[in-house]
Design a protein around this ligand. Structure first.
Ligand SMILES: Cc1cc2nc3c(=O)[nH]c(=O)nc-3n(C[C@H](O)[C@H](O)[C@H](O)COP(=O)(O)O)c2cc1C
Length: 197
């Protein structure tokens, strides 16, 4: 069984994500997020994943959402992404935690104006009507009169701490050059090895 370079998998995943920004275009940070529901069933959806300066992975959602209820019940989650131009896949498993208010403020301030308005007009996971949402968004725009859109309390950033990371490189043709290497956190350190794809 071959050993990998021994570098931190979090810094490798972070550097692949940074590179993806240039290689894959604006949707480079769309990851699948899997959670577990209260009956032990699986649930999966797309989320946008961001990187903080210290290579911390984050994503944002609303506390009214199904995924938030599932994470509150069981913080064990998995993220995965495939980057076709780079021919790479990353899978991460670990723990998600709701970040503090200042982390949420920081992320909310980076959203385009329209997305901030929608965060107020449309509550994730709550039954609603698209016409109602559009009316609410227009009303809010009128009331704001060009002022800044503040973050609603239910819009939150989550941090993600991986304990298992898998990288798959050159995964276009499933030929001999395809590399798969995995990292498992054990007793505070990372165990790493190559594994057959
Ligand atoms: C490209 C794309 C990006 C998305 N990004 C997010 C996101 O960052 N946060 C989020 O809560 N939902 C995001 N969504 C919507 C989710 O995939 C999902 O439909 C919604 O959050 C409800 O999921 P839930 O019922 O499991 O909570 C995104 C959807 C797409 C297609």
């Amino acid at each position: 069984m071959g050993k990998t370079s021994g570098a931190s998998p979090i810094s490798i995943a972070a550097s692949w994500l940074r590179q993806a920004k240039f290689e894959e275009g604006p949707w480079h940070n769309v990851f699948s997020l899997a959670t577990i529901n209260s009956s032990g069933g699986a649930s999966c959806r797309a989320v946008l994943v961001y990187l903080l300066e210290d290579d911390q992975f984050t994503f944002c959602t609303e506390t009214t959402s199904r995924k938030n209820a599932q994470i509150s019940h069981n913080p064990q989650v998995a993220l995965s992404v495939y980057w076709p131009n780079m021919s790479r896949q990353v899978r991460l498993e670990g723990v998600a935690r709701m970040g503090d208010q200042s982390l949420s403020d920081r992320h909310f301030s980076t959203l385009p104006h329209g997305a901030r308005i929608m965060a107020h007009a449309s509550l994730s996971g709550v039954p609603g009507d698209p016409d109602d949402v559009a009316r609410k968004a227009q009303k809010l725009e009128r009331e704001l009169c060009g002022r800044e859109v503040g973050r609603p309390d239910y819009w939150r950033a989550f941090t993600f701490e991986p304990t298992f990371v898998e990288f798959l490189e050159n995964c276009k043709g499933w030929n001999q050059r395809c590399h798969r290497f995995i990292y498992n956190e054990e007793s505070g350190g990372w165990q790493d090895w190559f594994i057959n794809p």
